[in-house]
Design a protein around this ligand. Sequence first.
Ligand SMILES: Nc1ncnc2c1ncn2[C@@H]1O[C@H](COP(=O)(O)OP(=O)(O)O)[C@@H](O)[C@H]1O
Ligand SMILES: [Mg+2]
Length: 308
Amino acid sequence: MIARVENLTVKYDDFTAVSELNLSIEEGDIYGFIGPNGAGKTTTIRVMATLLLPFAGKVTIAGMDVERYPEKVKPLVGYMPDFFGVYDNLKVWEYLDFFARVYGMEPAGIPSKINEALEITKLEGKREAYVDFLSRGMKQRLCLAKTLIHDPKLLILDEPASGLDPNARVEIRELLRTLSREGKTIFISSHILSELADICNRVGIIEVGKLVSEGTMDQITKQLQPGRLLKVRARDIEAAARFAAASRIVLSSEMKEGCLLLRIEDTDGVAERLIKTLVDSGAGILSVSEEKPGLESLFQKLTRGTVS
Ligand SMILES: Nc1ncnc2c1ncn2[C@@H]1O[C@H](COP(=O)(O)OP(=O)(O)O)[C@@H](O)[C@H]1O
Ligand SMILES: [Mg+2]
């Protein structure tokens, strides 16, 4: 367990921004912290990054309490805020050098760390460029380079892809995959769900300060949509639909874009029985595949409270 948030409650005066929140992040996770604007993501993240007090509950990073040992927690965490400041007349390498010194790194070791950080974020060619003149995507990558400079175990990234164009988003995603392969644990927030669906192994969904769901994508999918969803293509789709309904195996059935979507129980043998019935029906089955709903539709279900 690299990070644990237990019963976290954070108030701004009388307003409760985060309420009794529990999270656990394992070493090696790419954990997606997902929720609409104002849900309490940044608040939670700032507590985890030792930047926000007071709070109720307990938050530990690598077993260390962020409230009692912030100085021990800081070196373990690479925090990327949701904004990028203004850095008049600062060059890319100077920016990284500045933060390396803030982290109290051994000066002799700094240039090689800067090189590594620039290399992994593909900014080698921008070493002498002025920070304020970088594109938005490059600024985000530089911000990531900054969070890597002291070689933290855990990266806490607050909406790193927000405001980026699709290409720059893809670049950030690839970068996160690379960092994960290199052994970093990544905790990343977003309000854009599809952005995280295929890179995260675990997700937590937060809504008005409360965690509404947590688990692997598979677990969340199952929780929201019990059973399995099979997508059937057939020469005679109407006939396939009739046979499926008559089989009494199907929990629900729906026609979508010329295909038949059949929900069935997730029990051994049920899919096989259904497929055999359909093939034997003579409806001309062309293909049967399993449908995985996108994170977007799951999220909408969750936050609309229409879990069925
Ligand atoms: N400094 C603050 N003072 C008062 N309210 C705040 C402050 N920061 C955030 N909030 C409120 O707390 C809630 C959660 O905010 P935040 O953690 O920034 O959410 P998110 O990052 O998910 O958009 C929002 O309603 C926001 O308006
Ligand atoms: Mg935020």
